[in-house]
Design a protein around this ligand. Sequence first.
Ligand code: AMP
Length: 139
Amino acid sequence: MSDDCIFCSIIAGDIPGRIVAETDDAVAFLDANPMSRGHTLVIPKAHRERVADLSRAESRAVFDLVHELTPRIEAAVDADAHTVGINDGPDAGQEVPHAHVHIIPRFEGDGGGPIHVAAGERPDVSDEELDEIAAAVAE
Ligand code: AMP
């Protein structure tokens, strides 16, 4: 727990949160400034800033809750689909430095786009460079 973390404060009950599910290692609550009806955040209970900071058990606990909640959220708000995503780091748009998965219900004709728009303009990457990147990641 971090004293100056807003999400840790929600877990501790020090500030209000609309908690919709809780397990030993993860908790989910409604986003206070939702992108759509039912927008939910799933977080590890432990204060972890980035995805890579989570232990395997914490990572599983968070995604298990994402898996459990998506159909429940879909039923609750009559959604047609979801965008599930993580802003992992300030340069990716992360504002709250406690790792969290966004579950954003999507509706036919809602005017939104696919997650691809998040990365800006597509780079022109050659086959050779794709091979090099794949090798570097696989190493
Ligand atoms: P991110 O930009 O990925 O860090 O997203 C942070 C999210 O946290 C935003 O969608 C905010 O609306 C949401 N948020 C910030 N403060 C609270 C709060 N007290 N309760 C619920 N959601 C919050």
